[in-house]
Design a binder for this molecule. Structure first.
Ligand SMILES: [Zn+2]
Length: 246
Protein backbone atom coordinates (compact mmCIF):
# COMPACT_ATOMS: atom_id res chain seq x y z
CA UNK A 1 0.00 0.00 0.00
CA UNK A 2 1.32 3.46 -0.89
CA UNK A 3 2.59 5.43 2.10
CA UNK A 4 0.22 8.29 1.28
CA UNK A 5 -2.85 6.00 1.22
CA UNK A 6 -1.72 4.29 4.39
CA UNK A 7 -1.29 7.59 6.27
CA UNK A 8 -4.67 8.89 5.14
CA UNK A 9 -6.50 5.72 6.20
CA UNK A 10 -4.55 5.49 9.43
CA UNK A 11 -5.62 9.02 10.37
CA UNK A 12 -9.28 8.24 9.63
CA UNK A 13 -9.11 5.09 11.72
CA UNK A 14 -7.73 7.08 14.65
CA UNK A 15 -10.58 9.59 14.38
CA UNK A 16 -13.19 6.81 14.15
CA UNK A 17 -11.72 5.17 17.26
CA UNK A 18 -11.98 8.39 19.26
CA UNK A 19 -15.55 9.03 18.12
CA UNK A 20 -16.68 5.51 18.94
CA UNK A 21 -14.91 5.31 22.28
CA UNK A 22 -16.60 8.51 23.45
CA UNK A 23 -20.00 7.90 21.84
CA UNK A 24 -20.36 4.29 22.95
CA UNK A 25 -18.57 4.71 26.27
CA UNK A 26 -17.05 1.28 25.66
CA UNK A 27 -13.49 0.29 24.83
CA UNK A 28 -14.09 -3.02 23.07
CA UNK A 29 -14.15 -3.58 19.34
CA UNK A 30 -12.28 -2.75 16.17
CA UNK A 31 -12.46 -0.45 13.20
CA UNK A 32 -11.37 -1.61 9.77
CA UNK A 33 -11.15 -0.18 6.27
CA UNK A 34 -10.58 -1.79 2.90
CA UNK A 35 -7.32 -0.83 1.22
CA UNK A 36 -7.13 0.76 -2.24
CA UNK A 37 -6.26 -2.58 -3.90
CA UNK A 38 -9.51 -4.13 -2.52
CA UNK A 39 -7.56 -7.27 -1.59
CA UNK A 40 -6.43 -6.16 1.85
CA UNK A 41 -7.94 -4.39 4.81
CA UNK A 42 -6.50 -2.44 7.73
CA UNK A 43 -7.67 -3.01 11.29
CA UNK A 44 -7.16 -1.40 14.68
CA UNK A 45 -8.49 -2.25 18.13
CA UNK A 46 -10.47 0.50 19.85
CA UNK A 47 -8.21 -0.10 22.82
CA UNK A 48 -5.57 -2.73 22.09
CA UNK A 49 -4.72 -5.39 24.65
CA UNK A 50 -1.78 -4.32 26.79
CA UNK A 51 1.54 -5.18 25.16
CA UNK A 52 4.28 -2.67 25.83
CA UNK A 53 6.43 -3.93 22.99
CA UNK A 54 3.85 -2.80 20.39
CA UNK A 55 2.79 0.86 19.97
CA UNK A 56 -0.94 1.43 20.69
CA UNK A 57 -1.51 2.82 17.19
CA UNK A 58 -0.05 -0.23 15.47
CA UNK A 59 -2.15 -0.92 12.37
CA UNK A 60 -2.69 -4.48 11.25
CA UNK A 61 -3.10 -5.35 7.61
CA UNK A 62 -4.77 -8.55 6.45
CA UNK A 63 -5.49 -10.22 3.16
CA UNK A 64 -9.01 -11.48 2.49
CA UNK A 65 -8.06 -14.90 3.81
CA UNK A 66 -7.43 -13.41 7.26
CA UNK A 67 -3.63 -13.73 7.04
CA UNK A 68 -1.75 -10.84 8.61
CA UNK A 69 0.43 -9.14 6.00
CA UNK A 70 1.64 -6.19 8.05
CA UNK A 71 1.63 -4.90 11.62
CA UNK A 72 3.09 -6.32 14.79
CA UNK A 73 0.14 -7.15 16.99
CA UNK A 74 -1.49 -10.58 16.99
CA UNK A 75 -4.67 -10.82 15.00
CA UNK A 76 -7.86 -10.28 17.00
CA UNK A 77 -10.06 -13.23 17.94
CA UNK A 78 -12.93 -11.98 15.83
CA UNK A 79 -11.13 -11.74 12.51
CA UNK A 80 -13.98 -13.42 10.59
CA UNK A 81 -16.36 -10.57 11.38
CA UNK A 82 -14.11 -8.65 8.98
CA UNK A 83 -12.89 -11.22 6.49
CA UNK A 84 -16.37 -12.44 5.60
CA UNK A 85 -18.05 -9.08 4.84
CA UNK A 86 -15.08 -7.92 2.76
CA UNK A 87 -15.08 -11.15 0.76
CA UNK A 88 -18.83 -11.24 0.12
CA UNK A 89 -19.83 -7.58 -0.13
CA UNK A 90 -17.67 -5.96 -2.80
CA UNK A 91 -19.26 -2.54 -2.21
CA UNK A 92 -18.26 -2.52 1.46
CA UNK A 93 -15.30 -0.26 2.18
CA UNK A 94 -15.37 -0.42 5.97
CA UNK A 95 -16.49 -2.86 8.67
CA UNK A 96 -16.76 -1.99 12.36
CA UNK A 97 -17.56 -4.28 15.28
CA UNK A 98 -18.29 -2.84 18.74
CA UNK A 99 -20.42 -3.62 21.79
CA UNK A 100 -22.85 -0.66 22.02
CA UNK A 101 -24.45 -1.07 25.48
CA UNK A 102 -27.88 0.52 24.95
CA UNK A 103 -28.41 -1.24 21.63
CA UNK A 104 -27.54 -4.51 23.38
CA UNK A 105 -29.94 -3.75 26.23
CA UNK A 106 -32.74 -3.14 23.76
CA UNK A 107 -31.97 -6.37 21.93
CA UNK A 108 -31.87 -8.32 25.20
CA UNK A 109 -35.36 -6.97 25.93
CA UNK A 110 -36.56 -8.50 22.67
CA UNK A 111 -36.97 -5.13 20.96
CA UNK A 112 -35.81 -4.21 17.48
CA UNK A 113 -34.04 -1.05 16.43
CA UNK A 114 -36.53 0.65 14.12
CA UNK A 115 -36.19 3.91 12.17
CA UNK A 116 -37.91 6.37 14.48
CA UNK A 117 -36.13 9.46 13.17
CA UNK A 118 -34.34 10.76 10.13
CA UNK A 119 -30.88 9.61 11.18
CA UNK A 120 -32.02 6.00 11.47
CA UNK A 121 -33.60 5.57 8.04
CA UNK A 122 -30.45 3.78 6.86
CA UNK A 123 -31.55 0.82 8.98
CA UNK A 124 -34.53 0.02 6.75
CA UNK A 125 -37.58 -1.54 8.39
CA UNK A 126 -35.50 -2.67 11.35
CA UNK A 127 -31.98 -3.83 12.18
CA UNK A 128 -31.80 -7.63 11.90
CA UNK A 129 -30.87 -9.60 15.01
CA UNK A 130 -28.58 -12.64 15.06
CA UNK A 131 -28.25 -15.23 17.82
CA UNK A 132 -24.95 -15.09 19.73
CA UNK A 133 -22.03 -15.24 17.33
CA UNK A 134 -18.29 -14.83 17.82
CA UNK A 135 -16.11 -13.86 14.88
CA UNK A 136 -13.40 -16.31 15.91
CA UNK A 137 -15.05 -18.94 13.72
CA UNK A 138 -15.45 -18.58 9.98
CA UNK A 139 -18.98 -20.01 9.99
CA UNK A 140 -20.02 -17.39 12.53
CA UNK A 141 -18.64 -14.66 10.26
CA UNK A 142 -20.50 -16.13 7.29
CA UNK A 143 -23.71 -16.36 9.29
CA UNK A 144 -23.38 -12.71 10.33
CA UNK A 145 -23.05 -11.61 6.71
CA UNK A 146 -26.02 -13.72 5.69
CA UNK A 147 -28.25 -12.41 8.47
CA UNK A 148 -27.22 -8.81 7.83
CA UNK A 149 -28.35 -9.17 4.21
CA UNK A 150 -28.67 -5.75 2.55
CA UNK A 151 -28.85 -3.91 5.85
CA UNK A 152 -25.90 -1.81 7.00
CA UNK A 153 -26.11 -3.16 10.55
CA UNK A 154 -26.61 -6.35 12.51
CA UNK A 155 -27.27 -6.78 16.22
CA UNK A 156 -25.76 -9.91 17.77
CA UNK A 157 -27.57 -11.15 20.87
CA UNK A 158 -25.58 -10.96 24.05
CA UNK A 159 -22.51 -9.69 22.26
CA UNK A 160 -22.48 -6.56 20.09
CA UNK A 161 -23.07 -5.04 16.69
CA UNK A 162 -21.56 -5.25 13.26
CA UNK A 163 -21.91 -2.36 10.82
CA UNK A 164 -20.67 -1.74 7.31
CA UNK A 165 -20.36 1.31 5.08
CA UNK A 166 -19.01 2.29 1.71
CA UNK A 167 -16.50 4.42 3.62
CA UNK A 168 -15.13 4.45 7.15
CA UNK A 169 -16.98 7.71 7.75
CA UNK A 170 -20.27 6.06 6.85
CA UNK A 171 -19.63 2.91 8.88
CA UNK A 172 -18.62 4.96 11.92
CA UNK A 173 -21.77 7.07 11.74
CA UNK A 174 -23.89 3.95 11.28
CA UNK A 175 -22.51 2.64 14.59
CA UNK A 176 -23.10 5.99 16.31
CA UNK A 177 -26.69 6.12 15.04
CA UNK A 178 -27.35 2.52 15.98
CA UNK A 179 -26.56 3.28 19.61
CA UNK A 180 -28.29 6.68 19.57
CA UNK A 181 -31.48 5.25 18.07
CA UNK A 182 -31.51 2.49 20.69
CA UNK A 183 -31.22 5.09 23.46
CA UNK A 184 -34.10 7.08 22.00
CA UNK A 185 -36.27 3.96 21.81
CA UNK A 186 -35.43 3.00 25.38
CA UNK A 187 -36.41 6.48 26.54
CA UNK A 188 -39.68 6.48 24.63
CA UNK A 189 -40.97 2.94 24.89
CA UNK A 190 -42.36 3.23 28.43
CA UNK A 191 -44.73 6.03 27.58
CA UNK A 192 -46.04 5.48 24.08
CA UNK A 193 -46.43 3.14 21.16
CA UNK A 194 -43.45 3.75 18.95
CA UNK A 195 -44.00 4.71 15.35
CA UNK A 196 -41.43 4.28 12.60
CA UNK A 197 -40.84 6.74 9.82
CA UNK A 198 -42.84 5.35 6.90
CA UNK A 199 -40.94 3.72 4.00
CA UNK A 200 -42.21 6.40 1.61
CA UNK A 201 -40.94 9.22 3.83
CA UNK A 202 -37.60 7.44 4.26
CA UNK A 203 -37.27 7.00 0.50
CA UNK A 204 -38.10 10.63 -0.15
CA UNK A 205 -35.61 11.82 2.45
CA UNK A 206 -32.80 9.59 1.18
CA UNK A 207 -33.32 10.86 -2.38
CA UNK A 208 -32.42 14.42 -1.41
CA UNK A 209 -30.56 14.36 1.92
CA UNK A 210 -27.33 16.33 1.72
CA UNK A 211 -27.97 17.73 -1.75
CA UNK A 212 -28.59 21.27 -0.51
CA UNK A 213 -25.05 21.82 0.64
CA UNK A 214 -22.92 22.72 -2.35
CA UNK A 215 -19.71 21.14 -1.10
CA UNK A 216 -21.33 17.78 -0.43
CA UNK A 217 -22.76 17.15 -3.90
CA UNK A 218 -19.51 15.73 -5.19
CA UNK A 219 -19.25 13.35 -2.25
CA UNK A 220 -22.86 12.24 -1.93
CA UNK A 221 -22.30 9.01 -3.77
CA UNK A 222 -19.55 7.89 -1.45
CA UNK A 223 -20.67 9.26 1.87
CA UNK A 224 -23.88 11.26 1.80
CA UNK A 225 -24.96 13.08 4.94
CA UNK A 226 -22.68 10.88 7.04
CA UNK A 227 -19.74 12.95 5.77
CA UNK A 228 -21.22 16.12 7.21
CA UNK A 229 -21.58 14.56 10.60
CA UNK A 230 -18.16 12.94 10.41
CA UNK A 231 -16.65 16.40 9.67
CA UNK A 232 -18.30 17.81 12.77
CA UNK A 233 -16.82 15.07 14.95
CA UNK A 234 -13.47 15.19 13.18
CA UNK A 235 -13.08 18.88 14.03
CA UNK A 236 -13.84 18.11 17.68
CA UNK A 237 -11.26 15.32 17.76
CA UNK A 238 -8.63 17.51 16.10
CA UNK A 239 -9.26 20.26 18.64
CA UNK A 240 -8.63 17.70 21.37
CA UNK A 241 -12.16 17.92 22.79
CA UNK A 242 -13.34 15.10 25.02
CA UNK A 243 -16.90 14.03 25.64
CA UNK A 244 -18.91 11.10 26.92
CA UNK A 245 -22.38 9.77 26.11
CA UNK A 246 -22.70 7.72 29.26
ZN1 LIG B 1 -17.00 -8.67 20.01
Amino acid sequence: MKEEDFSRLKEKMAIAITILTYELADMWGHVSVRGPDSKHFLLRHLRPPGDESVPPDDVLEFDLGGKRTSGRRERPDEIFFYVCPYRVKKEVGSVIHCHPPMALALTAAGQKIIPIHQDSVNFGKHVPVAPWLYGYWRDHGEKAVKLMGDNCALMIMGHGALVVGKTIEEACMNMVHLERTAKMILQARGSAKLRSISPSVAKRLLSVAGSGAKETRRERRSGGPALLEWSYYESMVKRGERWSRL
